[in-house]
Design a protein around this ligand. Structure first.
Ligand code: HEM
Length: 219
């Protein structure tokens, strides 16, 4: 594909396609969505997401005025409150007491925080990798989680996947792709953003690897 004639939203999706397949078909994800793991594995995964979204969303108010990252910062995407409700449901009211990040999660959250602090384009890469994924494949995960562990439809336990304030996810994703296409960056910077997106996928896959070690299917 010729990058010069391809929209940035297409470029970033195409460039991360292979790694998307890798993340989607990782042992942990396959076992989790295949119904082979207990709710404990799902809760542990949800905890890891909390650390990542804290890093993404703690930085959001500060980045809202940034010319590059600012347009992406939208209140209707914020997931931390939903994650906290899910964790209270999964772990109980004192969910914070037992919360711990896997080493791969620490690395992931630290990289998000570093980008947020020093590089708005890198922050956009992480923003895209998480939120556009949650709006897409996240809906498949929600459906599977509801059926496997008996959560109420779009209720406690799966609120992370429910974007209450986004009535039309398909339209929202279209607008989001338009924002990507209008990213205020030259070609070199766009290449760097794509590379950071690949890194974001690799960071996710590393979390899945560690979760897979903690929750082997045979156990
Ligand atoms: C079992 C797990 C997953 C499933 C079933 C899944 C499935 C999907 C589906 C069906 C789409 C829609 C593609 C489209 O709109 O054309 C999508 C898009 C996306 N997914 Fe996933 N996904 C999974 C895991 C992940 C993970 C772990 C990430 C990264 C953290 C991720 C990031 C994305 C992104 C960024 C997009 C948007 C691509 C674009 O249109 O630019 N997905 N996913």
């Amino acid at each position: 594909m010729n990058p010069a004639s391809t929209s940035f939203s297409t470029l970033i999706r195409t460039a991360s396609h292979e790694q998307h397949t890798e993340a989607e078909t990782s042992t942990f994800m396959s076992d989790l969505l295949g119904g082979g793991l207990g709710v404990e594995a799902y809760a542990r995964y949800t905890e890891q997401l909390w650390f990542v979204y804290r890093a993404l969303e703690e930085a959001a108010p500060r980045l809202a005025g940034d010319p590059v990252a600012g347009p992406f910062v939208r209140p209707e995407l914020m997931r931390l409150a939903a994650l906290e409700r899910d964790l209270a449901h999964l772990r109980g009211a004192d969910w914070r007491a037992g919360l711990s990040a896997l080493p791969a999660t620490e690395e992931y959250a630290a990289r998000v925080a570093e980008c947020a602090a020093t590089w708005p384009g890198g922050y956009v890469a992480h923003h895209y990798t998480r939120y556009l994924g949650d709006l897409s494949g996240g809906q498949i995960i929600r459906d599977r989680a509801e059926r496997t562990w008996g959560f109420a439809r779009k209720g406690d336990g799966v609120r992370f996947y429910v974007f209450e304030e986004i009535a039309n996810p398909a339209a929202f994703k279209r607008e989001y792709r338009e924002l990507l296409d209008g990213l205020r960056a030259d070609d070199l910077e766009k290449q760097r953003v794509v590379a950071e997106c690949k890194r974001a996928f690799a960071l996710n896959t590393a979390v899945f690897r560690e979760l897979g070690e903690e929750f082997p299917l045979s156990a």
